[in-house]
Design a protein around this ligand. Sequence first.
Ligand code: 13P
Length: 243
Amino acid sequence: MKLKFANFKMNMTASGLRSYLSAILPEIKEYEKQVAFFTPCVNLFVFRDFEGEFGIGAQNFYFEEKGAFTGEVSLSMLKELNVSLALVGHSERRQIFGESNELIGKKLSAALKAGIEPVLCIGESLEERQAGVAFEVIKSQLRLALGNVDKLKSLIIAYEPIWAIGSGNPASPEDAEKMHGFIKETVKSILESSELSVKVLYGGSVNLENAGEFLKMPNVDGLLVGGASLDPAKFAKIVKADC
Ligand code: 13P
């Protein structure tokens, strides 16, 4: 079962999300288990009015349990809203909001401890790819994020090359396949576990035309879709692209 995750980023109001879910859920009824919606925290309450087996995801949270952290949201607050997944280390948070590898590591550990499944996002820049150091950059991002993590049974990673995000210029399915294989090996070696199940999603300019090609790749365990997930009809088709 390949995963189809929608990252709405800073789009859609609560009423917009309500209309979106009313439109898409009847279309993806049989495939709900593969799907998760990552919405801004302020809209998470909308999911209370919709039943289904899809995952509810948060785009952000803070690693501390509570306290004087104005503007932040804790994992226990998310849990009360039935959130089961959370993005960690998205390149927009690294680049625009200055999230460091150290913070990302702390967020990852806090999510695991709280029982919210982190989706660790990693990816190289265009300069790094052109300089031929993409694999080293990915290895270093994984090491820094997973350095303090104890034994795990499973982990979801999203490989999102920065140059592919929102650019209309996706990685080739073959390049994604190669990188995903490398990510799986690297994670298993960092965590010293050959039994660990690692799922690697591809993200970056996924659309209706290319989704099926990515999903054909054996090491592409799913997709993390930004722009093309905002239209319910389009995202419903992406969800069914390999079915
Ligand atoms: P796009 O699909 O808009 O390129 O965004 C990808 C992404 O960042 C998903 O997290």
